[in-house]
Design a protein around this ligand. Structure first.
Ligand code: NAD
Length: 256
């Protein structure tokens, strides 16, 4: 059980982060959920997760594109035994047309935020004598696709940084690993299906198999619950010697 542990999950009012927050709460952890917004529904979501699993859940607003806000998130959390760096965005364009502001935002949110939160969290983990850093990278942290220069660069960067954190904490009861999902059915991905079906004159099933899951041999999405389960596993005693590595949850994508 993760009772007595505090988990901070960045970018967790939607999708994979929300799924991970649920599974960590189910396992007994106190959870801090986060995004850059500060709406009533964000705080209501925290209450909903708390009520569902009987643990403390707080929503802390912080923009992961800003170094000081990344560090302030950890300070406001007060404790951070489990750090899940999940916040991320995407933009797709050929490199010679890639908007500079999109490049900067993706590098900041998808990669640099993990540097800042980890720097702020490690002293708290050392004080507590236990810690887990779980970075949500991607199959694109290990392989590439065209038109995703910033995303692929940021995710490879996250995988590299994960290894450094593991080496710097190797003699301590702290581990750092990256989870590399293939396609996961989040609201973000689901929203693209009807439009794509219309564009290619395909059924929604054909779009999922032939367009979206083209690279994923299982032809099935991973789920946010499965990602949450892998994060909980990395927090277990069985995973104490797993550090500085990646776990792919990609239906065989990186085996190709
Ligand atoms: P999503 O859009 O559902 O979730 C992204 C989360 O990040 C949201 O909670 C959003 O509010 C938050 N966020 C965005 N910008 C932020 C900012 N500036 N500050 C704080 N929070 C911010 O998408 P998702 O699919 O759940 O993606 C989550 C992570 O998983 C990302 O890092 C993504 O790259 C990675 N990933 C997703 C897939 C997939 O198929 N969905 C595959 C591999 C990796």
């Amino acid at each position: 059980s993760l009772k007595g542990k505090t988990a901070v999950v960045t970018g967790s009012n939607s999708g994979i982060g929300l799924g991970i927050a649920h599974e960590l709460a189910k396992a007994g952890a106190s959870v801090v959920i986060n995004s850059f917004t500060d709406r009533d529904e964000d705080h209501a979501l925290a209450k909903e997760i708390a009520d569902q699993h009987g643990v403390e859940v707080r929503y802390i607003q912080a923009d992961m594109s800003k170094a000081d806000e990344c560090r302030a998130l950890i300070e406001k959390a007060g404790a951070c035994d489990i750090l899940v760096n999940n916040a991320g965005i995407q933009h797709v364009a050929p490199i010679d047309e890639f908007p500079v502001e999109k490049w900067d935002a993706i590098i900041a949110i998808n990669m640099s935020s993990a540097f800042h939160t980890t720097a702020a969290a490690l002293p708290l983990m050392r004080k507590a004598g236990w810690g887990r850093v779980v970075n949500i990278a991607s199959a694109h942290g290990l392989t590439a696709s065209p038109f995703k220069s910033a995303y692929v660069a940021a995710k490879h960067g996250v995988v590299g940084m994960t290894k450094v954190v593991a080496l710097e904490t190797a003699k301590e009861p702290i581990t750092a690993n990256a989870i590399c999902p293939g396609y996961v059915k989040t609201p973000l991905v689901e929203a693209q299906i009807p439009d794509t079906a219309e564009k290619y004159d395909m059924t929604e099933e054909e779009v999922i198999e032939k367009v979206i899951l083209e690279r994923q041999p299982s032809k099935e999405f991973a789920t946010t619950e499965q990602l949450g389960g892998v994060a909980v596993f990395l927090c277990s005693d069985a995973a104490a010697q797993i550090t500085g590595t990646t776990i792919s949850v990609d239906g065989g994508w990186t085996a190709l």
